[in-house]
Ligand binder design. Structure first.
Ligand code: SF4
Length: 489
């Protein structure tokens, strides 16, 4: 994008949105990309009943796993350890980064290559490692473009969706030694790949995210299209995978339905180019693969979402991004405006748990509640209801109970004016005499509509002129009808 960029702070949502809305190129990019993705997804689910059946299965698998989450995590750790992998638990971003740094130091690593991982974005891995002299190189093409440009992802599946090929051409020409300016997409991809090949060879550590963890078999499942995930997890001597604790499922059989829901919903593909199932480090009789595999299981607020039954469904998410692609707000303001790692509807429901409801209080309001996100969610997360619950939690503080502990920052959006207005409303409705007086006075208060300036009156037609406009339209219609010649009898 040209000029000022949206800031990475959800408190700046409104200012960020204004910035994006004022940029026609960015709006066109987002609109075009969302139309493309929604059409591709629709082509993969032509039959509503078939989709509903598959979605019920996906929801059931995720809910079944969440219902047994503590046991499954214990089983997973046991299986992974038996297979020679190392399991680390990280309560928050700082703890996860400390594990990365410790492993980098133990292996004398100054470079890591990284496949696409939103959880690594969540913990700010690249910045933290850079601050300690370890370069963390993105190898997903979209993420690599953003890293070169010092930009942030705007979509969880297609991080550089806001960049045009002209933007990429300029970025490569400016940052990759020997790369000339070209707008040919194939040539741009070839330039990026050539630059990254050397990094794979040099790096001692490869980093990846994980799409699913299988407790039964102790497997890490990675879904990808570019092959960089496979290179990051096999070429360097050490592989460090990081993911949220909620990604575990019980059985290997549960992967197939989730995989098909994920790829069809995310990119409109029946299958992706690669499905990597990692079962441990290189064995003695194997020619390649890492000598060490580590898995970092990150909490970072997920336990809080898990403890609160009314928010637990948030953790069913398989990060397909379909809710974002179908959200009319996201399609206009794009991912950067949200100022969070996860934008759009999924970001609005997960971010209050990862950060707090105080700093993210505006996110649940960035929705028209049209219901599209909930309809397309492949694991049936009732996103609009969760948004409503978060809006309510932002405005009210109920006494905490074991089943409903307080969300961090709960009640932060409470407004004294609003509380007063609702109390007055309740009082009036509870007393018939007061109600009768109010009913007589209220219509006269409309005269104030033109005097009160607010976000609402700035963008909507006040009631009185609207009525007048309607009257004028009807009068004009009847005048025209009177002038129209009557057909012969
Ligand atoms: S909330 Fe549903 S639609 Fe959105 S990313 Fe998660 S799984 Fe996909």
């Amino acid at each position: 994008m040209s000029g000022e960029r949206p800031v990475a702070d959800p408190r700046a949502l409104k200012d960020n949105a204004k910035l994006v809305l004022a940029d026609p190129v960015l709006r066109r990019n987002f609109r075009g990309a969302m139309d493309f993705l929604t059409e591709r997804r629709a082509a993969q689910f032509p039959d509503d009943e078939g989709f509903a059946r598959l979605r019920d299965l996906g929801r059931h698998i995720r809910q079944h796993a969440l219902a047994r989450l503590p046991q499954l995590l214990v089983q997973l750790e046991q299986r992974l350890t038996e297979q020679g992998m190392h399991v680390h638990w990280a309560a928050d971003a700082a703890a996860a980064n400390a594990i990365f740094l410790d492993l980098a130091r133990r292996h004398d690593a100054t470079t890591m290559v990284k496949g696409k991982s939103m959880v690594s974005e969540e913990i700010g891995l690249n910045h933290e490692m850079a601050a300690h002299g370890v370069a963390c190189i993105e190898t997903d093409m979209g993420e690599y473009i953003l890293q070169l440009d010092g930009d942030r992802p705007s979509h969880i599946i297609m991080p550089a969706i806001h960049k045009t090929k002209e933007d990429v051409a300029k970025i490569f020409a400016a940052h990759i030694p020997g790369a000339g300016y070209t707008e040919d997409v194939e040539e741009l991809i070839a330039i990026g790949r050539r630059a990254l090949r050397g990094e794979f060879r040099r790096a001692r550590i490869g980093v990846s995210g994980v799409n699913f963890l299988v407790a039964e078999t102790g497997s890490l499942v990675l879904v990808e299209n570019e092959g960089n995930g496979r290179l990051s997890t096999t070429v360097p001597d050490v592989h460090i995978a990081i993911t949220g604790i909620e990604k575990v499922v019980e059985k290997l059989d549960h992967i197939a339905p989730l995989f098909t829901l994920l790829t069809r919903s995310a990119t409109g593909q029946a299958v992706t180019t690669y499905l990597n199932v990692i079962g441990g480090p290189r064995r003695d009789d194997e020619k390649d693969g890492p000598r060490e595999v580590h898995l970092i299981l990150l909490d970072n607020g997920r336990t809080q979402a898990y403890r609160e039954e009314r928010f637990r469904e948030t953790l069913q998410c398989i990060r397909c991004g379909a809710c974002m692609n179908h959200c009319p707000v996201y399609a206009r303001i794009g991912g950067l405006a949200y100022g969070t790692t996860y934008p759009g509807p999924i970001g609005a429901i997960i971010s209050p748990h990862l950060a707090d409801l105080d700093s993210t209080r505006d996110l649940p309001t960035a929705s028209s509640l049209c219901g599209a996100c909930g309809e397309v969610c492949p694991v049936g997360i009732p996103i609009p209801e969760l948004l409503m619950r978060l809006r309510e939690a932002g405005r009210h503080t109920h006494p905490a109970t074991p089943r409903q502990p307080l969300l961090k920052g709960q009640g932060a959006a409470r407004s004294v004016t609003e509380v007063f207005a609702w109390k007055a409303w309740r009082l009036i409705y509870a007393h018939s005499a007061l109600y009768a007086i109010f009913a007589r006075i209220a219509p006269r208060l409309r005269a104030l509509a033109g005097l009160v300036r607010s976000g609402w009156t700035d963008t909507r037609t006040p009631l009185r002129p609207a009525r007048r406009a309607l009257r004028e339209t009807l009068a004009a219609r009847s005048r025209n009808a009177a002038r129209r010649p009557h057909p012969p009898a």
